[in-house]
Design a protein around this ligand. Structure first.
Ligand SMILES: Cc1cc2nc3c(=O)[nH]c(=O)nc-3n(C[C@H](O)[C@H](O)[C@H](O)COP(=O)(O)O)c2cc1C
Length: 362
């Protein structure tokens, strides 16, 4: 990789973040194509796929390949990869580039912060924070495999006694990584401890050829400014956007995200989510449309902060059918046998009646 190319890719991030400094976080189980489509109503900048296993891509497992689905009109969507074997990252990038939607992928990100046990136990996600040699090797393999922009997403370290963020910035600078995304917590803090914004200030002073994106606890304009004022170029939003996809516009408009959308608009948003999910199901050759449990989850999230939302939440969950309750008790998701039954169709109809009543009369 020549320096010219590295600079072009770093400038890509600088330019993108200059025109829109907000960034939509990768969220497993959330930032699929349907949800990204919703986000695009309110956010024109950088966004990511859910995390995708490099091993699944290399083995061309059908379910893993579905996560790569990106539409030509989606704009700056980057694919997030996770794993721990450096060679597999090269293999995965080749699968992405050679796939039918390879040209829609605008860049790649490596997950180095996922705290889930099943991910870090195998050495991936936050597990990499304990093995910076492997981090360097992964960056080298990524850089050799693509000319597109590359970013890595880290936490500050494994715990307070093992902070590695400055070391990783050096690795990123040396290995041709173009942007460093920092969730300002350690793996031990999971999602609840206070983010350490002073670490972002340190990185902003040290960074030379790498664009910096700060992340952690942005739920409104005040918290956005807290991160922006550390000197980073971009501010990533995770849970704030999951519960309120319109948060990007609200922050820019200096408005309160809790009251930014009228209930009727939220209802319309849920309907378009169901429609996008149905389109995706059709692509997967599943004739039964959207998964109601998923839309219920979004309905409950989006209602937070509205009048009588606790009561509404209770109603949505109380309306679970015996079949759905039995499935939930077994910890299972909806299965093919439940999809398409008259009972399920009836339940969907009833759900939308509750929704209409709540959001359109609220
Ligand atoms: C449900 C959920 C799924 C997540 N999935 C991913 C993921 O796939 N990849 C990743 O790098 N981080 C993932 N994260 C972490 C977020 O991207 C983000 O770093 C974290 O939530 C902190 O930002 P926030 O305080 O704005 O939520 C996930 C977080 C949540 C809550």
């Amino acid at each position: 990789m020549s320096n010219t190319n590295t600079n072009t890719n770093t400038n890509y991030f600088h330019n993108l973040l200059q025109s829109d400094d907000l960034v939509a976080a990768p969220l497993a189980g959330v930032t699929n194509r349907a949800f990204r489509n919703i986000i695009r109503n309110y956010h024109s900048g950088l966004m990511f796929t859910e995390m995708i296993s490099v091993e699944g891509l290399v083995r061309q497992i059908q379910k893993t390949l579905h996560y790569l689905s990106i539409d030509a009109s989606e704009g700056d969507v980057h694919v997030q990869l996770f794993g721990m074997n450096p060679e597999s990252f090269s293999g995965a990038v080749h699968v992405c580039e050679d796939g039918s939607e390879g040209e829609h992928i605008k860049g790649y990100n490596v997950n180095m912060g996922c705290p889930a046990k099943k991910v870090y136990k195998k050495g991936g996600g936050a597990g990499l924070l304990r093995d910076t040699n492997t981090i360097a090797k992964i960056c080298q393999h990524m850089r050799k495999s693509t000319t597109k922009p590359i970013s890595i997403k880290i936490r500050l370290g494994w715990d307070n006694n093992n902070m590695v963020y400055r070391e990783i910035l050096n690795i990123a600078e040396n290995e041709g990584v173009n942007a460093l995304i920092v969730h300002a917590r350690t793996r031990k803090q999971m999602f609840t401890g206070e983010p350490v914004y002073s670490a972002l200030e340190e990185l902003a002073q040290d960074a030379k050829n790498v664009a910096l994106i700060g992340n952690g606890n942005v739920f409104d304009r005040a918290s956005y400014l807290q991160i922006k004022n550390t000197g980073v170029q971009g501010v990533m939003i995770g849970r704030g956007m999951m519960k309120k996809p319109w948060i990007f516009q609200a922050i820019k408009a200096h408005e309160n995200p809790d009251t930014y959308l009228a209930p009727k608009e939220i209802y319309n948003l849920l309907q378009s989510l169901a429609q996008h999910e149905t389109e995706l199901a059709t692509r997967r050759n599943d004739p039964h449309g959207y998964n109601l449990a998923l839309i219920k989850k979004y309905a409950v999230w989006f209602s937070k902060g509205l009048a009588n939302s606790a009561e509404f939440r209770g109603k949505v969950y109380a309306k679970m059918s015996p079949v759905e309750k039995a499935l939930a008790a077994r910890g299972g998701t909806l299965t093919q046998s439940y999809h398409g039954t008259p009972q399920y169709e009836q339940e969907k109809e009833q759900f939308w009646r509750t929704m209409d009543y709540y959001f359109n009369a609220n």
